[in-house]
Design a protein around this ligand. Sequence first.
Ligand SMILES: [Zn+2]
Length: 125
Amino acid sequence: MTIIWREAVLAWNKLGVVSLTESANAPIQLGESSTPPSDLSSETGAFTHYHRDGNTITSANSQLLLNKIDKNGYTYLEKVGIAEHEIGHILGLAHSKNPRSIMSPTVVDQKISTPDINALKLIYE
Ligand SMILES: [Zn+2]
């Protein structure tokens, strides 16, 4: 797992709602890729495919698209934000219209914020 993914996992774990741990055999893959799947919008800096059974994540694959990220000139914190956003999807969060939410579909250096924490608690507490 790269430093960007590691920081994003730490940010979600710090909230005390979920506890994600690294494992070689984990059904969740967090990686980096240079080419997006053909059905993906060219604006996107990452993609996530996941399967859930109720509150159980059965599998997920999330890849940061390095070509897109570099082309868009995102800062390091924005890259971590993209990774946090993708993990939010894996955890079951949908897009938010709140521009300060990490689940806002626009990359604007946002952080995991109160609406995100509340949404996560609704699922896991
Ligand atoms: Zn999204």
